[in-house]
Structures are given as structure tokens and as C-alpha cells.
Design a protein. Structure first.
Length: 207
């Protein structure tokens, strides 16, 4: 029991390592949350810090949740605990305690968790999201598609006995969390005013 609880707490702490926040200070000497969308994730890093900062941010955000889930699985913990650890890593990313609970939207750490839970499921969902982003140039559209398809795909895999039902706690919760955090984006998509990738950026070029 205590190992289970400790793993979930540790996963939150790992998830709360804010790559985008760190890169903002290292590359530009800024708090990235003061620019663009106000989030610490890869999309805002791309608009604010450029492609290098965005790539490092995305890799770090995917990697930290992947590490937390891999550790939980490596310890032989139950699927329920692994699912809760994955969710805790996403929550740490979105709500880091030392940044007054203002972090990212949870997409990249969700991808990291999915890749460890079932790598081909994770890659398939990323591929669908990537195609949607390329076609529409809306990062938010790809993000919303990825997280909302996740519980559907997990349900199919669980019915086929390819995935424990416990993982649905992650799929359903991240779908709700990410969709909720994208409310402004959804409103702009509906109104046709959402910024496409490559336009309307806020990149900081000098100080």
C-alpha cells in the first residue's frame, strides 16, 4: 500500500518538473507563462521560444511521464496503480505546486504515458493527431483529437483483452482535463479565430 501511494506521489513530483518553464529562463530569461497562451507546454514554447526550445520542451514533457509510468510498471505495481501514476504525472505537469499550480495542458505527458502503457496505441494516436495538425495547422485540434480518441481506443483494446480496464481511469480523466483546459481554443475554433501554427506568434527575439 505504501509503495503504491509513494509511487503516485513520486509520479506527481516527476510530472511537475516544468520543462517549458526551465527552458524559458535558460533560453530567454523569461517566465514563459507571461507570454502567448500562458502555458508551459510545447505549443506555447514554439510560439515564444522557437523550434529548439519547443523541441526540448516537448521531449522533456513526454519523457518525464514516460519515466514515471515505466518506473511504476518496472516495480511490478498493479495496472490501477500504474494508471494512477500516469494520471498523477499529467496532473503534476498541469498543476505544479511550486508554480502556483499553473503549468501546461497535459497533452505531451499523456503521450509519454501512452507510449509506455502500449507503444503502438500511443504511436497510432500521435499519428492521427499529427495528420490533423498538418492538414488544419491547428495544434489544438490535434491535441483534442488525441485525448478524446484515447478512451475510445482503450475501450476497444480492453474489450479485446489487449489492455486492462484500469487504464480507462487515465483515458477518461485526461480527455476531460485537456478538453476543459482547451475551452478558449474550442471557442476560437468554432469562431474561426484560432491561431494556426506559424502565424500570430509571440516569439521573444531580444531583451
Amino acid at each position: 500500500m505504501w509503495l503504491d501511494i509513494g509511487m503516485v506521489v513520486l509520479a506527481y513530483l516527476i510530472g511537475s518538473i516544468s520543462t517549458g518553464y526551465v527552458m524559458g529562463w535558460l533560453l530567454r530569461g523569461i517566465d514563459i507563462r507571461q507570454y502567448g497562451s500562458g502555458r508551459t507546454g510545447g505549443t506555447n514554447a514554439l510560439r515564444t521560444l522557437g523550434p529548439v526550445g519547443a523541441a526540448i520542451t516537448a521531449a522533456g514533457d513526454v519523457g518525464k511521464s514516460a519515466a514515471a509510468v515505466a518506473l511504476a510498471k518496472g516495480l511490478g505495481l498493479s495496472p490501477w496503480v500504474v494508471a494512477l501514476a500516469a494520471l498523477a504525472a499529467v496532473l503534476g505537469h498541469n498543476y505544479p505546486f511550486y508554480l502556483r499550480f499553473r503549468g501546461g495542458a497535459g497533452v505531451a505527458p499523456t503521450v509519454g504515458a501512452l507510449l509506455i502503457i502500449n507503444w503502438w496505441m500511443g504511436l497510432g494516436l500521435v499519428a492521427v493527431a499529427a495528420v490533423l495538425v498538418v492538414v488544419t495547422r491547428y495544434a489544438s485540434a490535434g491535441s483534442l483529437a488525441l485525448v478524446n480518441l484515447t478512451p475510445l481506443v482503450m475501450t476497444v483494446l480492453a474489450l479485446e483483452k489487449e489492455l486492462p480496464w484500469a487504464y480507462l481511469i487515465l483515458g477518461v480523466t485526461v480527455a476531460v482535463l485537456v478538453t476543459w483546459s482547451h475551452r478558449p481554443n474550442i471557442a476560437r475554433l468554432w469562431a474561426g479565430t484560432e491561431r494556426k501554427l506559424g502565424e500570430g506568434g509571440h516569439r521573444i527575439t531580444s531583451f
